[in-house]
Design a protein. Structure first.
Length: 241
């Protein structure tokens, strides 16, 4: 790992978290409960990546190489379940994957979750003493933080982005039966969250309008704001009728 990279836990999921987007998760697998404990103890972030079904890691579902750093904003424990609220931060690119100490047991019963101590006890003998002491059961990676989307939208494209947001809010408000006076106040409050047509506005709008994880992943991976907007426009969902 060099000065341009940092090591973080990686959480492959069937979702894409965009910068600035809030999300709620329930964590119940022992290896990711271990990850959560480590992050809470050290107040450290972790990375969320869309699962890449074609590139498993030690038999576990592997991650796409571009993901989003996230920090935990709220945590609540209920028995074996952990409920967390988090918010997406900067994008990153995986440079090198650090495999977990245990390979996935293809014959294991998916309904049975061994506890953390049982998993740690099953670490193979050939694992080095240093790795055994560290005992990380989740995927980690050396990652490089990506810069914010490059470039600026032209005035015409800025106008199109904000008008698209306004039209969607209007259709959504009418679809859920808001009266005209309430709709105007509600729509105005939502529009104020993206007052400027910059990268933050694009992430905010994409997080609401684009649901398909593969489309969201494509937007996440672009370098320029113009290319990301083109991808967003090509993947718009229909607002509620």
């Amino acid at each position: 790992m060099n000065s341009r990279t940092m090591e973080i836990p990686i959480f492959p999921l069937e979702l894409v978290l965009l910068p600035g987007e809030p999300q709620q998760l329930r964590i119940f697998e022992p290896r990711y409960r271990q990850m959560l404990d480590d992050c809470l103890l050290d107040n450290e972030p972790f990375g969320i990546c869309l699962i890449d079904p074609f590139n498993p890691v030690s038999g576990w579902p592997g991650p796409h190489l571009v993901g989003t750093m996230t920090r935990i904003t709220h945590h609540e424990e209920q028995g074996a379940n952990h409920f967390i609220e988090l918010q997406g931060q900067r994008r990153f690119k995986i440079i090198d994957i650090i495999e977990p100490l245990l390979e996935r047991d293809a014959d294991a019963d998916p309904q049975f979750q061994p506890d953390l101590h049982e998993l740690l006890a099953s670490i193979p003998d050939e694992v080095s003493p240093e790795e055994r002491t560290e005992g990380k059961l989740y995927i980690r990676a050396d990652v490089e933080l990506l810069p914010e989307l490059s470039g600026e939208l032209s005035p015409e494209r800025q106008k199109s982005l904000l008008e698209m947001w306004e039209l969607f809010l209007d259709a959504m408000g009418k679809g859920i039966g808001l009266s005209e006076d309430i709709l105007e106040d509600w729509s105005g409050a939502q529009q104020a969250t993206v007052a400027e047509a910059d990268a933050g506005a694009l992430w905010r709008i994409a997080s609401v309008l684009v649901h398909d994880p593969w489309a969201r992943q494509a937007i996440l991976e672009y370098d320029s704001i113009d290319d990301a907007l083109d991808e967003l426009m090509g993947n718009l969902i229909e607002p509620p009728a």
